[in-house]
Design a protein around this ligand. Structure first.
Ligand code: SAM
Length: 381
């Protein structure tokens, strides 16, 4: 893909023609990317809930010293830090080297909050790599809940595994990782106390650790036993594969490493909504009655967000699938402005049901772009 010499203003002046065509076709204003110049960078404090306020303050101070700019906690999204200078690199930060913070946009934190996980929940994360949200979820369900992460890419699952291993510390994180297609994945939630050595001995499966089975952390215990539970999941995150056009970090990566990487994403564009719908349907199938699914993408294209959701809702009536406010009792609305969902070309009754979905937008929210919808399953299918 060749860079475009002129025509568009700001950062978009350097966008290749194929990207500009994509933006035009999807009604996305190229000016949205100018935020790359001005937006802060965000970090997440690992195991934030386990730290005292003094420890958090000391960590913030340490990051401020290394970053040499203003650093503050993000109100309403626990554990997130806003670093005023976006150009600050993770390699500059001692807190990153020590594993105390990870790079993660606050929009992703909002998607995790929207899921409303509680200790003890069994959570399914259907497109989990490289694992930023997975790690957050694993902290949220501890000590006895579990997170089952699925990603089609074995290499990216390996990255998730390293991330969990590195950051689990002394905490027990109950994570299973599968390199599989999330659209057909079918393992149910792990059995009760699958991580407990006594439960394994009782089941006679303590020695049945299988090679080639899913990877389990933080202790490698009985993956075969873990994989064979019969329960549906309490929470499902479908942070679906997309064209990543709303992710400022991705756009910066394409700008710095080469636009051909973006071309690969865009060439897949036309097939992506169908994959997203299949992922959403499969996540729904694996969700228990009364459970909650969050559908999110880092695309700004309605075709990958509102249209996918409308197609899903057209198949699932209002007494089965209810869109709920992203913010509510499960999570207080953080002081981050959001945009409402767009109205997709769909029958009025389906369009009306989309009202609670939101868009985080670089210009309005001061974050990377993210679409978030929270759907409750009211009855089995
Ligand atoms: C937007 S990223 C997910 C980011 C991740 N949730 C996080 O917070 O770090 C989308 C992921 O979906 C994966 N993916 C693509 N097709 C898939 C499929 N059919 N099943 C499962 N994962 C898939 C990609 O490999 C990629 O890692």
């Amino acid at each position: 893909m060749e860079s475009r010499p002129g025509g568009a203003a700001g950062m978009a002046a350097n966008f290749p023609e194929q990207f500009l065509v994509f933006l035009r076709e999807n009604n996305i204003d190229p000016g949205v990317y100018d935020a790359c110049e001005t937006l802060p960078r965000y970090l997440r404090i690992v195991q934030h809930g386990e730290r005292s306020s003094e420890e958090v303050l000391a960590l913030v101070e340490q990051v401020r010293r290394d970053a040499r700019c203003e650093v503050a906690e993000v109100a309403g999204v626990p554990g997130f830090l806003r670093v005023a200078d976006r150009a600050v690199r993770l390699s500059q930060l001692q807190a990153h080297a020590s594993g105390d913070v990870v790079g993660m946009d606050v929009s992703s934190g909002v998607a995790v909050l929207a899921l409303g996980v509680e200790p003890g929940h069994n959570v399914l994360d259907l497109c989990c790599a490289p694992g930023a949200k997975l790690l957050c979820l694993a902290e949220g369900v501890a000590p006895a809940g579990s997170v089952t992460g699925v990603d089609v890419s074995p290499a990216r699952i390996a990255t998730c595994r390293s991330l969990v291993k590195r950051h689990a510390g002394s905490a027990r994180m109950l994570v299973r990782l599968y390199a599989e297609d999330g659209a057909v994945f079918s393992a149910r939630a792990p059995r009760d106390r699958w991580w407990d050595p006594q439960a394994l001995r009782d089941s006679g499966r303590g020695r049945q650790q299988q090679r080639g089975g899913p990877w389990c952390g933080s202790r490698l215990l009985g993956t075969e036993y873990a994989a064979s539970g019969g329960e549906l999941y309490d929470r499902v995150l479908v942070d679906a594969e997309c064209t990543h056009d709303g992710s400022l970090a991705h756009i910066e990566k394409y700008r710095d490493l080469g636009w051909h990487l973006l071309a690969t994403q865009l060439n897949r564009g036309p097939d992506v909504p169908a994959l997203q719908l299949r992922l959403l349907e499969n996540g729904w199938r694996l969700l228990r009655t009364g459970g909650v699914l969050v559908y999110s993408t880092c695309s700004l294209a309605a075709a990958q967000n509102e249209c996918v959701l409308a197609a899903f809702l057209a198949r699932h009536p209002a007494d089965e699938a209810r869109l709920e406010p992203v913010f509510g009792e499960h999570c207080r609305r953080p002081p981050i402005p959001v945009l409402p969902a767009q109205a997709p070309p769909a029958p009025g009754d389906v369009r009306g049901r989309l009202q609670h979905a939101v868009r985080l937008d670089p210009r309005v929210s001061g974050t990377s772009g993210l679409f978030i919808a929270r759907i409750r399953k009211l009855r089995g299918v």
